[in-house]
Design a binder for this molecule. Structure first.
Ligand code: IFM
Length: 424
């Protein structure tokens, strides 16, 4: 089998029967309608580059039936969705039973459609009361998060067995505490270090709580973290290897090493590669990040580098010896010319991993429909469905049809390869 899919050499392949294909979303990015969270407040401060806000997003809160039909139309086997802490606990200690019932209804729809839910408990957004009280820098958040998780699992645990405690803690802390582009907008790396210790402890507590509740009720549970992993490669200058290793330590292993000790699967969100080059500039201790000159990229300038998925998963599986879920992988591509090839090439790398005996169990395409992409607002289309934010019309893209047929066939057929070639 060829390692790299090129235009001349797309090849059909199948995936194992028990391999699950799915889509991923998060609560805040699609739901709309909530003002008591950190991202609504951030938008009110004018911090979203296209001036949009998450107040409507995909209006998913009012369209869960319609959006479940989109998932059914795709024929996905599993779907990763988020639960918003700000909705469940709008004020400290006050739980909103309507919100809980809303999520029960939504997850029930998935189950009725034969779609296995994977539920994320924290995905970048905080209740406003928590944000205003110091967010994830206060050690008290470990207890607060645990109480919220307990409430959710007691109320929804009969419908859900697979959980992600925290999505991309490294990205959350880097954007919020180092680059200052996301709430709370700090530029002090101490916050990154401190916040990481607290998030790691919060995950460990939540892991124990979920297992205790589920096992106490005679149910099984699998719990993990969705880690954002980049393929870091050293550039040509002396010292680059060391600097690339520093990136790996601080951005990946700082979280992976302790969190994997309390995880039933390794969740990996993989998008791209960075070439890390050491510089002589004392203000650039961490070197510079670049991509190869001839790189194929997404609309956001992220390099498309499918082989990186193979490399990082192989390395992480060797180190942590856990089953792997690719909890996110996707492309911002308004023209939709590259997305089907992107999906094909990444799944081909998964096929290679399976052939090497690596237990990759699931793949979640990010994302179901164009949504609110954090500080970029409504201007970064990753969706299998295009969303017109004015009319809220969802339209299946060509790549969405490709993914639908791939889910049905449980692999890539010669007909699908013809489709890729015709649409590139
Ligand atoms: O939209 C985000 C998601 O919330 C977390 N992972 C990366 C995606 C694309 O930027």
């Amino acid at each position: 089998m060829n390692d790299r899919a090129t235009s001349e050499a797309f090849i059909p392949f199948t995936l194992p029967e028990n391999f699950l294909l799915g889509t991923a979303t998060s609560g805040l990015q699609i739901e709309g309608g909530d003002q008591r969270n950190s991202w609504y407040a951030w938008a009110q401060k004018g911090r979203i580059s296209d001036g949009s806000s998450p107040i409507v997003a995909n209006d998913h809160w009012n369209r869960v039936e319609e959006d479940t039909r989109l998932l059914e139309e795709l024929g996905v086997h599993t779907h990763r969705m988020g639960i918003e802490w700000a909705r469940i606990e709008p004020e400290p200690g006050r739980y909103d039973s309507d919100a809980i019932n809303h999520y029960r209804h939504e997850i029930g729809l998935l189950r009725d459609a034969g779609i296995e839910p994977l539920v994320t408990l924290h995905h970048f957004a905080n209740p406003l009361w928590l944000e205003e009280a110091g967010g994830w820098l206060r050690p008290e958040v470990i207890d607060l998060f645990d109480s919220y998780v307990e409430r959710v699992v007691v109320d929804l645990g009969d419908l859900v067995s697979d959980w992600i405690t925290i999505n991309e803690p490294n990205v959350y802390l880097a954007e919020g505490y180092v680059f200052g582009e996301w709430p709370p907008g700090r530029q002090n790396p101490i916050g990154y270090l401190r916040g990481s210790r607290i998030m790691i402890a919060a995950h460990e507590r939540a892991y124990g709580t979920i297992h205790r509740i589920q096992e106490g009720a005679g149910r099984s549970a699998r719990v993990g973290v969705a880690h954002h992993i980049r393929a870091f490669e050293p550039g040509p200058r002396p010292g680059s290897r060391l600097v690339a290793r520093m990136h790996d330590r601080l951005f990946h292993r700082r979280f992976l090493d302790p969190m994997s000790e309390h995880s039933d699967f390794l969740g990996i969100n993989y998008y791209t590669r960075d070439i890390i080059t050491a510089t002589m500039n004392p203000g650039q201790l961490f070197g510079s990040r670049s991509l190869p000159r001839d790189a194929s990229t997404s609309d956001l300038g992220w390099e498309i580098f499918p082989e990186g998925l193979f490399t990082v998963v192989l390395e992480l599986y060797d180190r942590y010896d856990l089953p792997v879920f690719i909890t996110e992988n996707g492309l911002c591509d308004r023209s939709d010319r590259k997305r089907a090839t992107f999906i094909y090439e990444h799944l081909l790398q998964i096929r290679r991993l399976l052939d090497r005996g690596v237990p990759v169990e699931r793949y979640y395409y990010w994302t179901l429909m164009d949504n609110f992409e954090w500080a970029l607002g409504e201007s970064a289309p990753f969706g299998l469905y295009e969303c017109d934010f004015q009319s809220q019309a969802r339209t299946l893209r060509t790549s969405g049809r490709f993914y639908r047929d791939l889910c049905r066939a449980h692999g890539v057929t010669p007909e699908l390869i013809r489709d890729i070639n015709e649409n590139r």
